[in-house]
Design a protein around this ligand. Structure first.
Ligand SMILES: NC(=O)c1ccc[n+]([C@@H]2O[C@H](COP(=O)([O-])OP(=O)(O)OC[C@H]3O[C@@H](n4cnc5c(N)ncnc54)[C@H](O)[C@@H]3O)[C@@H](O)[C@H]2O)c1
Length: 324
């Protein structure tokens, strides 16, 4: 009988974390950590974990990654092989309002986990970084070797700091490290502070959306299943230290986004024009040659198909439940 590997997955009740656990829980022992905070409705996070909460391979710790002592206890109680660190404060705009909180969770929380990885001889650490580390650079697509020293939000700076600490722990303590720069992830269970959710909600309820800028801004929207496939490939394949872009390699303008959503729903969007907020980058666009070459990863879902799936999920899971 082969022993299953044990993964510690932080942020396991969130959008990406719960989608990941759901996909791989048959193949690994999973220790999930999440504080179920109220950045958005915690009941939805309870919903997210329902499908695997009682799975024999899954154990949940409801705790805060800022609490070193509790984390230490989790490492004492479990023999962990790899860490997939997804827990974070994940909003760009809110980070401008509360940078101290973002620093505490995203930097100190990450450092807590890295320290415990060192003390417990963890072999492989996977860190959720973000396309926001590229800031407002003109050169597209963004490749992993491009400069990332001009963040324009506290969130981006915390993600860059996380990458630097990962680098340090690789260099000094030989922990294998993979940093994944996700590009605007969307799909079922998607976050309610992000455009796919906000716009779908508004158009289906006949409410107005706030449209920031003239609609020329672009995002490289990446479907959740593709992101999960990318993380899964990294779990299976260790590198000494690597950073990978995981993006769709096909940016969509805000105007095209709205057009697609109007076609899918058969409704017209009501728009309130707003200036582009501070912290928002103009464009994101992933060069994914490295992930293709080293991971054999290739996103499969084009934007319109993904958005159709998201709208269908929204209608079934949120429209009937107006607590949003
Ligand atoms: N969704 C995206 O488009 C995107 C893009 C780039 C990077 N990321 C990164 O991917 C990761 C997952 O993002 P997501 O979209 O699933 O966000 P999410 O907010 O849905 O999930 C994050 C989870 O972490 C938990 N968490 C937050 N602070 C915690 C703490 N102090 N202790 C324990 N748990 C805590 C939250 O309760 C939540 O369930 C984050 O690190 C985020 O920065 C996401």
């Amino acid at each position: 009988m082969t022993m299953l590997k044990t993964l510690l997955i932080t942020g396991c009740a969130g959008f990406i974390g719960s989608s990941l656990v759901e996909k791989i829980v048959d193949d690994y022992q999973i220790i999930g950590v999440d504080e179920f905070n109220d950045y958005y409705n915690p009941l939805w996070k309870e919903e997210n974990v329902k499908n695997f909460l009682n799975h024999p391979h899954f154990k949940l710790y409801r705790t805060d990654i800022r609490d070193y002592q509790i984390l230490e206890e989790i490492f004492r109680q479990n023999k962990i092989d790899k860490i997939i660190h997804l827990a974070a404060r994940a909003g760009v705009r809110p980070s401008l309002k509360d940078p101290l909180l973002y620093e505490e969770v995203n930097v100190k929380g990450t450092l807590n986990l890295l320290e415990l990885s060192r003390k417990n001889q963890i072999k492989h650490f996977i860190f959720a970084s973000s396309s926001s580390v590229y800031g407002n650079q003109n050169k597209v697509p963004f490749s992993e070797t491009d400069p990332t020293d001009q963040p324009i939000s506290p969130y981006a700076a915390t993600k860059k700091a996380g990458e630097l600490f990962c680098r340090l722990y690789n260099e000094n303590y030989q922990i294998k490290m993979t940093c994944l720069r996700f590009f605007t992830v969307y799909g079922p269970k998607g976050r309610p502070d992000m455009a796919p959710y906000l716009f779908t909600k508004a158009i289906l309820n006949g409410e107005e959306i706030q449209k920031f800028g003239d609609g020329q801004t672009q995002r490289d929207y990446t479907y959740i299943d593709d992101i999960i496939e990318g993380i899964n490939k990294v779990i299976e394949k260790e590198f000494d230290f690597e950073i990978f872009n995981l993006g769709n390699n096909n940016p969509v303008s805000l105007n095209d986004f709205i057009k697609n959503l109007e076609e899918i729903t058969g409704k017209q969007m009501q728009i309130k024009q707003m200036p582009i907020p501070a912290g928002d980058v103009v464009k994101t666009y992933a060069d994914i040659a490295k992930a293709k070459k080293l991971l054999g990863w290739q996103p499969q879902t084009n934007f319109k198909t993904g958005l159709e799936k998201f709208v269908a999920w929204y209608k079934n899971n949120r429209l009937l439940n107006m607590s949003s």
